[in-house]
Design a binder for this molecule. Structure first.
Ligand code: GLN
Length: 219
């Protein structure tokens, strides 16, 4: 595949890959999956999706993508980690070794409990959208510390749910599993791509709860 300059890639090893690609397409941004190091060429940004961070860490190493992503980041690639992706990007991980360690935050993995403690809610992230946006937490981590060069974009009582520094965005929830395009627009702008500013929650009218399941009922 030839490089698409100005596109956003989605790391395609495990987890919520297609859902991010679909949301980027809804946002009007050129997007493509990234399975091999050569596919990083020309990207403005890369999303490391949610999934399972231990599994992703192993696959990143096996596929030779760890060093390639670090190099591309050093050359200006912007990164967004959702959930497991945020765990991989964090500088500190309570009780475990960090993986990339590129953003000065501490995450506490599985801090809400088991898979059954996953939940949905709504919250306002003023820098991202002017209306509250829907949030989906799936066995999420909590961001329990942010460094002085990191800004909280969404904070509740005892944890930060979204944060950024100049080159990295992290969210512990999954915007790609909701109708809201607000975070995808926000990341695209962070990558220097031109997308309309969201003046609302960025809800896509064509999205349904089944959009991401690819569920086609049999007649
Ligand atoms: N619990 C997973 C982990 O620790 C993350 C879950 C997710 O990405 N939704 O890697």
């Amino acid at each position: 595949m030839s490089p698409t300059v100005g596109a956003i890639g989605v790391l395609d090893l495990q987890g919520g890959v297609q859902e991010h690609l679909d949301h980027l397409q809804r946002t009007g941004v050129a997007a493509r999956p990234v399975k091999h190091a050569a596919e990083l060429a020309g990207l403005a940004g890369l999303i490391i999706p949610g999934g399972e961070s231990t599994c992703l860490a192993r696959l990143l190493t096996i596929f030779g993508l760890r060093a390639a992503i670090e190099q591309a980041y050093g050359e200006g690639l912007k990164l967004w980690g959702t959930c497991a992706g945020a765990i991989l990007l964090a500088r500190e991980n309570v009780g475990e070794a960090p993986f990339f360690g590129l953003i000065d935050i501490t995450v506490n993995r599985n801090a809400f409990g088991s898979q059954l403690d996953s939940f949905q809610c709504e919250a306002l992230a003023p820098a991202v959208a002017r209306e509250p946006i829907p949030l989906t937490f799936i066995r999420a981590p909590k961001i329990v510390r942010i460094g002085s060069d990191v800004q909280a974009l969404l904070q509740t009582d005892d944890y930060v749910a979204a944060a950024e520094d100049t080159r990295i965005l992290v969210t512990v929830f999954h915007p790609e599993l909701t109708p809201s395009l607000a975070f995808h627009r926000y990341f695209a702008r962070k990558c220097g791509l031109s997308v309309a500013e969201a003046d609302d929650a960025g809800l896509d009218p064509g999205w349904t709860p089944l959009s991401w399941t690819r569920f086609t009922p049999h007649a």
